[in-house]
Every structure is written in structure tokens, then in C-alpha cells.
Design a protein around this ligand. Structure first.
Ligand code: PGA
Length: 250
């Protein structure tokens, strides 16, 4: 049987509630649930409740936050707790997206705390990892990815290690139009699985690819058995275009 596929939309700082609601209505008209396919939407925090409500009747769709704080509550102006995400109908969160790491300076240690908090709130983390262009050119891709993974895995009990979802997103491919070649992405995905395997036998961890995925290249990526899905920014913003992509593969 073919592996389950995951299609995740990261809307970044796009789609306020009214736009997100119109998207959801159109997307639901255009798509129907499919066996062995799950869909995730990561809208901006202010649109999460709207999207979660609009998508509630579709069991194949889950909604999550793009970022969370690790504390449960307190004087943290501008932050969102995991309990708040849960209360708004969220089922998960992205953690360690490259824009969090490289635009907002989030560290490996903070990323690890966030993953623990997400699990602690009963939510599903999707941990993002990936190297910068200079790191790839210096032959350091595996070192960087292993460091980002180990920082998180070290603090987790085995059942949470086994429950992680990973998104491999090379920083040089995000929003640049430069997609990784499917075989190159697949090689890093295989490496990610070896990092998990070093910690003992685990079930197959889902590893998504992200970075300039679009309707023209999604099928080639999904044809790689190591690639379990896609995490998509720009090409997920339009309901028609995203419905087309989630119809590919599988
Ligand atoms: P992109 O973004 O598809 O626009 O390159 C991917 C991401 O940042 O998750």
C-alpha cells in the first residue's frame, strides 16, 4: 500500500479572517476527502479560529499555528500559548520554521522548548529543519540538520520522538523559486531517518519537503518514496491552485 501523504499550507502573514473564510469555503467546494491523505493549514494566529471552524466538518483537514510560545500563560506581549491554539480549534503547530530561526533569531534551545510545550498541550508539532545556502555549499547540510534535530530529540521521551512530523525546508529554496531536486531532497530525508534510527527503532517518521513547491514540481517531489508530503507557502495561498496541488500524488 502506498504511504500516507500530508499536504500542509503555511500562509505566513497572509489571509486575515475574512479572506481565510472565503478561501476555506472555496477549497471545500473544490476538494473531497481522499484515502491516505491528510491536509494541514497553518493560518496566521488571528485567522486560526475562523479556519478551524470553517474546516470542522472535514475530518481530513487539521489546522495549526505557525508559531507558539513555550510558557502556558503570563506577561509575554504578542505571544500565543499552546493552550490558546488548542482553544481556538488548532490541532498542531509549526516549530522552528526558517523564518522563525533566521528572521526572528529563534535558537535551537527555544525550538526544543516549543516542541515540548506543543506535545504538552496535546497538539501535534511539525518541526522544520534545513540548511542555508552557504552551509550546503560548504558540505554541511547533514551537520546542520542533525544539530537542529538533536537539539529537539534530546529532550523528548521515545513516544514523542516517534510522534514527530518533520518538514525539511532548505532555507535557500524557501520563497526563492529555487526548488531542491527531488533526488537531493530525498537524500536529506533519508539522512533525517538515520538521525531518528540512531536513537533506536522507531516507526517511520513523516518527512515533508518544503521550499518553492508549486503545481509544476509537486508531482516530481511526491514521486520520491522518501518524501511523505509537502509544506507550501506561496502556492498554498490561492484556493484553486492549492486544491490542484493536493490532488496530485498518491
Ligand atoms: P514557499 O514557502 O513555498 O513560499 O517557498 C515554504 C515555507 O516557508 O514553508
Amino acid at each position: 500500500m502506498s504511504r500516507p501523504l500530508i499536504y500542509a499550507a503555511n500562509w505566513k502573514m497572509y489571509h486575515p479572517p475574512a479572506v481565510a473564510e472565503a478561501f476555506a469555503e472555496r477549497f471545500l467546494e473544490l476538494t473531497a476527502p481522499r484515502e491516505r491523505r491528510s491536509l494541514w493549514f497553518f493560518p496566521p494566529a488571528v485567522s486560526l479560529l475562523t479556519v478551524a471552524r470553517a474546516m470542522a466538518r472535514r475530518a481530513d483537514v487539521r489546522v495549526g499555528a505557525q508559531n507558539v510560545h513555550w510558557e502556558e500563560k503570563g506577561a509575554f506581549t504578542g505571544e500565543t500559548s499552546c493552550a490558546m491554539v488548542h482553544g481556538a480549534g488548532g490541532r498542531g503547530a509549526l516549530v522552528g520554521h526558517s523564518e522563525r530561526r533566521h528572521v526572528f533569531g529563534e535558537t535551537d534551545a527555544e525550538t526544543a522548548k516549543k516542541v515540548r510545550a506543543v506535545f504538552g498541550a496535546g497538539l501535534q508539532p511539525m518541526l522544520c529543519v534545513g540548511e542555508k545556502l552557504e552551509e550546503r555549499e560548504a558540505g554541511r547540510t547533514e551537520d546542520v540538520v542533525a544539530r537542529q534535530l538533536d537539539a529537539v530529540l534530546d529532550g523528548l521521551p521515545p513516544e514523542q520522538v516517534a510522534a514527530l512530523m518533520i518538514a525539511y525546508e532548505p532555507v535557500w529554496a524557501i520563497g526563492t523559486g529555487k526548488v531542491a531536486r527531488p533526488a537531493d531532497a530525498a537524500a536529506v530525508h533519508a539522512f533525517i531517518r538515520t538521525v531518528f534510527a540512531r536513537r533506536g527503532p522507531t516507526s517511520r517518521v513523516p518527512v515533508l519537503y518544503g521550499g518553492s513547491v508549486n503545481a509544476g514540481n509537486a508531482l516530481g517531489l511526491l514521486a520520491e518514496p522518501e518524501i511523505d508530503g509537502v509544506l507550501v507557502g506561496g502556492a498554498s495561498l490561492d484556493a484553486e491552485g492549492w486544491a490542484e496541488i493536493v490532488g496530485m500524488g498518491g
